[in-house]
Design a protein around this ligand. Sequence first.
Ligand code: C2E
Ligand code: MG
Ligand code: MG
Length: 400
Amino acid sequence: MTINPKTVMLIAEDHDFQRRTLVRILHGLGIVDILEAANGREALEVIRSAPKPPEVVLSDLDMPEMDGMAFIRHLGEAKQGMDIIIISALDPVLLGSVAKMADAYGVHLLGIIEKPVTRARLMQLLAGHHAAGHAPEPVRPVPPAFGWQEIRAGIANREFEPFFQPKIEMASGRVIGAEALARWRHPVHGVVAPYAFILEMERHKDIDALTFLMLEKAAHACRDWIAAGFDTTVSVNLSLISLADISLAGRITACVKSAGLEPKRMVLEITETAAMTELAPALENLTRLRMHGFGLSIDDYGTGFASLQQLARVPFTELKIDQGFVTGCAQSRAAYVIVEASIALARGLGLKTVAEGIETEEDWDTLKAAGCDVAQGYFIARPHEEDAFLEFCRKRAGSA
Ligand code: C2E
Ligand code: MG
Ligand code: MG
């Protein structure tokens, strides 16, 4: 791939010699329009006053006055839409967290070059810029904002339904269940993902309307899979807000039973932050649900505030390692260490481990070798509509 010589580039690097070396390499690649700065603050100044803003920024991390981290934050906040390459001599573990940070600020990172910079590595990363085209991308897709009235009407029309993502037992490859993930089949916008409506429902303290629709539909679906000969469970997500009401456990049990499913066939997933609340009613609800036979799963493990004591206090049956550690754990040593420790902790407490967010075969192999029990992720399947999930089970059973 050839590099477009018209690409405007900016180098932020405090060492004169290293900056000159970079300029030389870029000149060698045919690039003529090169801006220079000795730290983050100068770089922002240069960007502001340049006749043509740079498309690609090469930045050192450790610089006086304004370092690379603060510089990345400013770029993210200004939504500049330029690509960035980080050049550094720091430890690879640290560089991994810089990459996560850049992503969190909405800055598009082409990659990281460990010093000394080579022409080949620079060309490789610049190829990523050219492959993506030059138009600055929006930082994140912004979901359409749905007003409360519209959501309420959708609930009243029962437009919300679960999509089912398979959970696979790693040792046998068997489908052992599915997680029910809420989708809004919107008459105008099509299938809408949960981030576009759940926060608004929680804000109005009315998530229960969705929860009970999900419980009912998920229970019906699971009952049908069992009737079709598949020995599966179904998992449903519970919101923290619902757990504050002590009548919740009783209402859930009644709802699931009247939909024809035994509670032992259902797992309720609670996010770590929610599960770890000090609220006594939450503990009462969770203990009662467990007593009625429901499985209890601690969702997104590793992102919240769990203390070990709190983990032991709630009668969980399953620990779901957050996808932030699972995706790419084959490559990242830091992520792998957390995955391994979570599995050991879960095993010690007698909990089943589920890894969510498995996207590649390498991640699957790594988790299997680490002793993880159950896998969920795009590598196996995306969330499916109810009938498509049954089809998936049939295919899988046929090929097993
Ligand atoms: P969650 O419970 O942690 O669900 C997992 C999310 O990860 C799902 O996103 C799923 O589609 C996605 N996912 C699965 N495998 C992969 C993968 O390999 N890679 C990547 N990048 N993502 C993967 P979804 O469906 O958008 O749901 C987002 C969140 O919304 C859920 O996170 C859950 O916290 C919440 N949610 C969904 N349905 C409900 C519900 O009925 N009630 C409540 N209270 N929350 C819900
Ligand atoms: Mg979940
Ligand atoms: Mg999760």
